[in-house]
Design a protein around this ligand. Structure first.
Ligand code: ADP
Ligand code: TRP
Length: 320
């Protein structure tokens, strides 16, 4: 089984990224051959400054490696090291109905956020389909916001195969319901664009401050509280064991336990959870050559795999 996912280098990684996608990718490494990449071509759709893009690619590479990528099992690379993916995008564009892209909500969301309505932004899902199909992926771990992109990918693969023969594997998404949408500090979906994230790798002071600013209702210390309606408990569940969660639930219902206490417990469990990853990250920061070598080795393997699919696809459409 081949597993594949990608992440855009568009800012600091947060715990929504970790529990929504990275953790699944890390766990799935045991079950099959994994391909993971930094989607720098996709980042261009929002036109970052060139220097910023370069810096962020390195940062994301370090952070993802620190979160548990096993480079013996996983091919980790930069998307743009395999330009064949743009060639495949063009072939897929030819079979992509306009309506399929017009219905895509991520495009509408980006426009609503004030990004320019570029063709790159509009055809973003076609490049994503090429990413997935060029490596003949079976399983794609992502958060729920990417579900529609996976449906578009499957549609395009089926259309292409119907017309030109069985070139592509039809992939499935992997979106476990319990972590499909991680809440941010204001209770809505955690996302860089909502400025409500908890970074995975901030300083102790910074993360404590963010956790302490999680929005709650105005119940006082002695009031009984509903744990099911509180994002502190929602987040605590990600880090604590079931007994610890039950204990917090009981304290909420009984009263005499304030939101400040719960935030402190959340901060501590979160800080401890990421401790081994922080350590690995510091080692990687001290060894930039190692990171470069890993990405180069990954790019070589990914290019060879991509070329296998491309030579079949070119032949099938009549380009060779
Ligand atoms: P952001 O919304 O902060 O811009 P990205 O779009 O870069 O995050 O997401 C990268 C990956 O992390 C995707 O697979 C996405 O589905 C997942 N992800 C991001 N935020 C969350 C969240 N709050 N809950 C679950 N998964 C998430
Ligand atoms: N669109 C994804 C995101 O914003 C990133 C991505 C690009 C991706 N290509 C992919 C994810 C292929 C999975 C598979 O998070």
């Amino acid at each position: 089984m081949r597993i594949l996912s990608g992440i855009q280098p568009s800012g600091r990684l947060h715990i929504g990224n970790y529990f929504g996608m990275m953790k699944q990718a890390v766990e799935l490494q045991k079950q099959g051959e994994t391909f993971l990449f930094i989607a720098d071509y996709h980042s261009l759709t929002t036109l970052p400054k060139p220097e910023q893009l370069r810096e962020r690619v390195t940062e994301v590479a370090i952070d993802f490696l620190a979160c548990g990528l096993d480079v013996e099992k996983t091919c980790f690379f930069r998307q743009s090291e395999v330009p064949q993916v743009c060639e495949l995008t063009w072939l897929l564009n030819a079979v992509c109905p306009l309506g399929l892209l017009q219905r895509a909500h991520s495009y509408k969301d980006k426009i609503a956020k004030g990004f320019d309505a570029s063709n790159g932004l509009f055809s973003y899902p076609v490049l994503m389909a090429a990413d997935i199909l060029i490596y003949q992926s079976n399983l794609v771990p992502v958060g729920k916001d990417q579900k529609q992109h996976l449906e578009i990918t499957r549609d395009l693969a089926i259309k292409f195969n119907d017309r030109f023969g069985e070139i592509f594997t039809i992939p499935d998404g992997y979106i476990p319901e319990s972590v499909a949408v991680i809440p941010g500090i204001d209770g809505q979906k955690m996302s860089k664009s909502y400025d409500n994230t908890i970074p995975i790798f901030g300083t102790e002071k910074e993360i404590r401050k963010v956790v302490m600013s999680i929005v709650t209702d105005s119940k006082g210390l002695n009031d009984s509280k509903d744990p099911d309606k509180c994002s502190i408990v929602g987040l605590y569940k990600l880090f604590a064991n079931p007994e610890q969660v039950e204990e917090m639930n009981d304290k909420y219902r009984t009263g005499g336990y304030g939101y400040g206490h719960a935030k402190q417990a959340l901060f501590e469990s979160m800080w401890n959870y990421f401790e081994p990853m922080r350590k690995r990250r510091n080692e990687l920061i001290a060894n930039p050559d190692t990171v470069r070598e890993i990405l180069q080795k990954g790019a070589k393997k990914a290019s060879a795999e991509a070329e296998k699919t491309m030579s079949k696809a070119r032949q099938a459409v009549g380009l060779r």
